[in-house]
Write a protein that binds this ligand. Structure first.
Ligand code: HEC
Ligand code: HEC
Ligand code: HEC
Ligand code: HEC
Length: 251
């Protein structure tokens, strides 16, 4: 009996250790712990009132198992989505801006990018989830809000919802340009640091915010200072220089 108990403790211990490594608990997207700041990163996190998340569930701010009045969004976006989404339109990094991109692209952000922009475009309050109308908790650097730097970085320039300062999103790999001797690695075989293929992080074949960032992680695939990136971007982060970019671009 003693032996069995000891074994149980061991198994639980291993499970928790695994969780602490890369999971969402205690990450920037864990809104149950009353802490804000670059969780997995250097710097001192500051306290914040997260009592708006009254049930204290992690997943519920974004996903729900049953309808809590965000059904229209859920049916539009899938993934049992439980957060309000933005109705904004954006200026895209598209062929009107760059004459050299050729991948098939959506006219506006769609799929999982639309879900990130549901908070990160700064127009929808972060507490707009479940049955709650949402209030003033935004990326506005106020006492109740989160740091403005967490908005889509290019948006800092005057709130213009201009994505031309952000890597193209909602875009497919250009046809015929991926594979040996081509401009891009083959997404079916190229892998991120956690060994997931690039293809598995595309959304209907398209590159989105979640292709580069892992929303369910505390550190991304890498060590601290990672911005939740799936691949180290520096030697300091434990990878090669520009490792993120070189995972896809053959340059
Ligand atoms: C429910 C709102 C919400 C959604 C949806 C959301 N985020 Fe966030 N995100 C936040 C908040 C709030 C912070 C800042 C948290 C803090 O200061 O602790 C943040 C922080 C981040 C950070 C910075 C983390 C760091 O440690 O550097 C990144 C990167 C990020 N989010 C990317 C994404 C991506 C990509 C998606 C979609 C796949 C997404 N987020 C979806 C609210 C959201
Ligand atoms: C801040 C918002 C946010 C929170 C909190 C969150 N998710 Fe997600 N989740 C997303 C987004 C955005 C996607 C789509 C992008 C992706 O798959 O990376 C997603 C995708 C998923 C998927 C389908 C794709 C996959 O990665 O398997 C599952 C399953 C999932 N989430 C489960 C969970 C669970 C369980 C929790 C709580 C422990 C959770 N999520 C917490 C935003 C969130
Ligand atoms: C998941 C794969 C992937 C990753 C990672 C990635 N890219 Fe891209 N990148 C693409 C795709 C696909 C396009 C669209 C190409 C097209 O349509 O012609 C693109 C387009 C671009 C463009 C626009 C080119 C033009 O003609 O206007 C630039 C610049 C760029 N990427 C640089 C980068 C940099 C720098 C990084 C690292 C921070 C990076 N990319 C990471 C896949 C990726
Ligand atoms: C090509 C990969 C790539 C794509 C696509 C991408 N990002 Fe990022 N993102 C990065 C990198 C790299 C950083 C680290 C900061 C830097 O190098 O500018 C970053 C930083 C961030 C940060 C943290 C800013 C900070 O100061 O800590 C947030 C939030 C963020 N991105 C959200 C998004 C959202 C939302 C989208 C989709 C609209 C998106 N990203 C698309 C690569 C990407």
């Amino acid at each position: 009996m003693k032996k069995l108990v000891a074994l149980g403790v061991m198994v639980v211990g291993v499970g928790l250790a695994g969780l602490a490594q890369a999971a969402i608990t205690n990450s920037a997207h864990d809104f149950t712990d009353g802490v804000k700041g670059l969780k997995g990163n250097s710097g001192t996190p500051t306290a914040v009132d997260e009592s708006w998340n009254a049930r204290g569930e992690i997943c519920r701010v974004c996903h729900v198992p049953h309808d809590h009045a965000r059904a229209s969004q859920r049916y539009l976006n899938g993934l049992l989505w439980n957060h309000g989404v933005s109705v904004a339109s954006y200026t895209m990094y598209d062929t009107a801006w760059s004459s050299t991109i050729t991948g098939a692209q959506s006219a506006q952000p769609d799929g999982t990018s639309k879900l990130c922009l549901a908070c990160h475009d700064g127009t929808v309050a972060i507490d707009t989830f479940d049955k709650y109308a949402g209030g003033a908790i935004l990326f506005d650097g106020t006492a109740t809000g989160y740091a403005a730097g967490y908005k889509v970085p290019g948006f800092l320039d005057g709130d213009k919802l201009d994505l031309r300062g952000t890597h193209p999103i909602s875009i497919a790999f250009p046809a015929g340009q991926a594979g040996d001797g081509k401009n891009f690695t083959d997404p079916a075989t190229a892998t991120w640091m956690d060994n997931a293929t690039v293809a598995s992080t595309l959304d209907n074949g398209k590159m989105q915010c979640s292709t580069c960032h892992d929303v369910h992680s505390s550190t991304g695939g890498v060590a601290t200072g990672s911005h939740l990136l799936r691949q180290a971007q520096t030697v300091e982060q434990g990878g090669v220089a520009s490792g993120l970019c070189l995972t896809c671009h053959v340059k």
